[in-house]
Design a protein around this ligand. Structure first.
Ligand code: FAD
Ligand code: SF4
Length: 429
């Protein structure tokens, strides 16, 4: 957005009382307040408004599903007009701060307490930034080479560039937070050592690798997990990313859309998205689906993969079968059943699994008292505290995989709860 475009768009805002856009945002950014500051030319004040509620406000301006959050709630819809472009305005305001390397916040005076955050994804970065402002000494430990978690490594490159995500993590480092990369908790330091060395610990480890499909031939060369494939597109030059000529992606969530659009844009001739239910049941957001249609992806509804074919250890095809959907169950889900005799083969040279991520459960079993839910997510109470009171948790590892803005909201809520818990211990002693 140019300054003029931003000013014109900001002037359309009605500055609603009890703004529904703010209520719809999980981090409750005061949208009318930041837009008003853009319209009066106070960009620094606008960015301060955004970043005080959400330290990853720049990323969220790019990757948030604004159509179903703030912009979806904008009253302009009721007037039959297009919603205010909140995401683009947000990006515009924060870009000025990032571009000019302006430091808006300072760490609070040291309060004598130390906190460790595990993982440098959105949840931990938000938690660490908030705690640093309260005066905590915070150390983040992350096993990747770069900070940002899936924001850096997982979200499709056309939405969020890795470099922008890393630049945003610098805002957290400016608050005095120490970020140790290539440092895996459970391998380079034990959970017990962290528990002994710090006053409290925040777990923001996200989820793990993509679930397998348990299909014959799944180990052939040319079968990828969605996260691994997208990571390639974000960490290598596009020309170096290996992409098939004919690609099949299994799954129909937002991650599957990222895979198929990336595959098309990297030069694949034919890209199939294969889903065992129908178009109405597709979990991806409508606007993401639209994008994939525009990119020329072929959708195979009510189709289930049954095996991967290969020659010489390399993928040559995908065996599929058509499905029939049963009546909706109590949750409204219609179960697919394969229809005998409808088997067919697709000639493809690359298969990508996009059927969700496995929770990382094994290392967490080492934490005394910490419990896991039946689906492998970390069990927390309404104050983000785990069964071990010194350990708090938030983000994908507790919610099973939502959006960046939810992880940020969790990280900030956990920081507030952790601060209140340590204050209650001080008061009791
Ligand atoms: C393909 C894909 C596309 C997505 N697209 C969008 C989108 O368009 N918009 C959106 O809002 N959201 C999107 N999301 C969701 C979003 O990325 C996540 O909700 C968000 O990143 C979760 O943040 P987190 O901090 O909980 O976890 P993560 O981002 O996963 O970060 C966890 C960090 O912890 C580190 N870690 C794990 N274990 C250890 C350990 N033992 N020791 C040290 N470090 C450890 C990991 O390396 C990682 O850096 C997408 C997700 C995927 C998979
Ligand atoms: S709902 Fe729309 S018009 Fe009202 S304050 Fe929010 S962005 Fe402005």
């Amino acid at each position: 957005m140019t300054g003029r475009q931003a000013a014109i768009e900001a002037d359309r805002c009605l500055y609603c009382f009890d703004a529904p856009c703010t209520i719809a945002c999980p981090t409750h950014i005061d949208v009318p307040a930041f837009i008003k500051k853009i319209s009066t030319g106070n960009l620094r004040g606008s960015a301060r408004e955004i970043l005080s509620a959400n330290v990853l406000g720049h990323s969220c301006g790019r990757v948030c599903p604004t159509e179903v959050l703030c912009e979806g709630a904008c009253v302009m819809h009721e007037k039959g007009e297009s919603p205010i472009e909140i995401g683009r305005l947000q990006r515009y305001a924060v870009e000025q701060v990032l571009h000019n390397n302006i430091q808006l916040f300072r760490p609070g005076p040291f309060n004598g307490k130390r906190v460790a955050c595990i993982g440098a994804g959105p949840a931990s970065l938000a938690c660490a930034a908030e705690l640093a402002k309260y005066g905590y000494n915070v150390s983040i430990y992350d096993r990747n080479e770069l900070p940002g978690g899936l924001n850096t490594y997982g979200i499709a490159a056309y939405k969020a560039r890795a470099a922008d995500s890393v630049r945003e993590a610098d805002l957290v480092k400016q608050l005095g937070v120490q970020v140790c990369q290539r440092f895996e908790v459970g391998r380079d330091i034990s959970f017990a050592d962290l528990e002994n060395q710090f006053d409290a610990v925040f777990i923001g480890i996200g989820l793990g690798e993509t679930w397998p499909l348990d299909l014959p031939g799944e180990n052939l060369y040319g079968v990828y997990g969605a996260i691994e494939f997208i990571e390639e597109t974000k960490t290598r030059a596009f020309a170096q990313v290996e992409v098939g000529r004919r690609v099949a992606c299994i799954g129909a969530g937002n991650t599957a859309i990222d895979v198929v659009t990336a595959a098309r844009r990297l030069g694949a001739d034919t890209v199939y998205l294969i889903y065992r239910r129908g178009e109405p049941e597709m979990p991806a957001f409508a606007y993401e689906y639209e994008l994939a249609k525009q990119d020329g992806v072929s959708f195979l509804w009510q189709t289930q993969p049954v095996r991967v074919f290969g020659e010489g250890g390399v993928v040559t095809g995908l065996g599929c079968v058509r499905t029939r959907l049963g009546s909706p169950d109590a949750k409204g889900r219609r179960s697919p059943t394969p229809i005998p005799g409808t088997e067919f083969r697709l000639d493809v040279d690359m298969v990508v699994r996009a059927v969700g991520q496995k929770p990382t459960t094994d290392p967490l079993r080492a934490v005394n008292g910490l419990e896991l839910n039946f689906d492998g997510t970390v069990k927390i109470n309404d104050r983000h505290q785990t069964g071990n009171p010194k350990f708090f948790a938030g983000g994908d590892c507790t919610n099973g995989g939502k959006e960046v803005v939810d992880a940020v909201a969790d990280g900030m809520a956990a920081a507030r709860a952790l601060d209140a818990w340590l204050a209650s211990l001080r008061a009791a002693s």
